[in-house]
Design a protein around this ligand. Structure first.
Ligand code: ADP
Ligand code: MG
Length: 331
């Protein structure tokens, strides 16, 4: 029997105390889908008690492999519960209903990957520096507590309304460094994670690698090797030289930051703590960079064609209680 018991079992008091006993259907209203994953979907919702907007990740533990799904939910909830930092997503609690866990979190407008999708263009260098700085502060916090995120990419870096950058998605995270399992998303994976399949261990530096890949993603819209299938990409990452920024127009600071993150040998790669002193993130930039980026994105969403608009209108959800304003829904 696995540590957390069978799917849905609350016999173990350590498991039972992870969940509120209330019926979430009675506490949250106005649910609207804002994201999708392997586990189910993420929703915008309003807490009826104080009308506060929250995000709810619904994770089902019925059907095939229900015990494994239940273990994954317990792991993610335990992880989220421990986090207390301005650059990690804030956890509000978890509820159970009909073989589904409702993981309630602070609400964000969208991910850095959504920004790329709306603009269909790379971000500007100051914007990349601001997003990277926020994510790096979140990582330094995790690493100082011996935690590893293991799935750093633009899709898991969230932006909140006051212009804050938050690490999200702790579904792959490890509570213990060093770790040795094969976890993450192929294109962003560090060589030592890929090689850990048959040798050795790794630590928080795998997140530094993925952050370097994320920098390239923000600068070029896709991570390197994205046109390859995942297996070939893994082989390539492990065997070949590190990728570099393609265009010559980026600053020397930015190139050097990416090169440092993408040192193949983990011992040559700086820690997140050391990188916090890098000039790429410390260089002066307007304090409103992220807020301006959010505004620019909202404006762009209003101009999207109908199909794209439907997908991205979530970025406008928080604006008006009765749905996005400034545009009449099309046919
Ligand atoms: P997965 O494990 O499937 O990647 P995530 O936790 O990354 O799940 O959530 C999937 C998507 O849902 C994210 O990429 C993001 O677009 C959206 N999302 C997740 N958490 C939030 C949140 N707190 N606020 C707003 N959107 C969120
Ligand atoms: Mg994710």
């Amino acid at each position: 029997m696995p540590a957390g018991g069978r799917a849905g079992s609350l016999k173990d008091p350590d498991v039972a105390e992870l969940f509120f006993k209330d019926d979430p259907e009675k506490l949250f209203s106005d649910l609207r889908e804002i994201g999708h994953g392997s586990f189910g979907a993420v929703y915008f919702a309003r807490d009826i008690r104080n009308s506060e907007v929250v995000a709810i990740k619904k994770m089902s533990y019925s059907g095939k492999q229900s015990n494994e799904k239940w273990q994954d939910i317990i792991k993610e909830v335990r992880f989220l519960q421990k986090l207390r930092h301005p650059n990690t997503i804030q956890y509000r609690g978890c509820y159970l209903r009909e073989h589904t866990a409702w993981l309630v979190m602070e609400y964000c407008l969208g991910s850095a990957s959504d920004l790329l999708e709306v603009h269909k263009k790379p971000l500007q260098e100051v914007e990349i520096a601001a997003v990277t700085h926020g994510a790096l502060q979140g990582l330094a916090y995790l690493h100082s507590h011996n935690m590893i995120h293991r799935d750093v990419k633009a899709g898991n870096i969230l932006l909140s309304e006051p212009g804050l950058v938050k690490l999200g998605d702790f579904g792959s995270a490890s509570i213990m460094a060093p770790a040795n399992s094969f976890v993450g998303t192929p294109y962003w994976m560090a060589p030592e994670v890929i090689l850990a399949m048959d040798e050795g261990q790794y630590d928080g530096k795998v997140d530094v690698w993925s952050l370097g890949i994320t920098c390239i993603e923000l600068a070029e819209r896709k991570p390197p090797l994205f046109n390859m299938n995942a297996m070939s990409a893994l082989y390539h990452i492990a065997q070949n030289e590190s990728p570099v920024l393609q265009s010559g127009h980026w600053s020397e600071y930015f190139r050097n930051f990416v090169d440092s993150c993408l040192q193949k040998i983990p011992q040559d790669r700086p820690t997140s703590e050391v990188l916090l002193k890098h000039r790429f993130v410390l260089r002066e930039r307007p304090p409103t960079v992220i807020m301006d980026l959010i505004q620019r994105t909202k404006d762009a969403v209003r101009e999207l064609d109908n199909l794209q608009y439907r997908k991205m209108k979530k970025i406008l959800f928080q604006e008006a209680p009765n749905g996005p304003a400034g545009r009449t829904p099309g046919p």
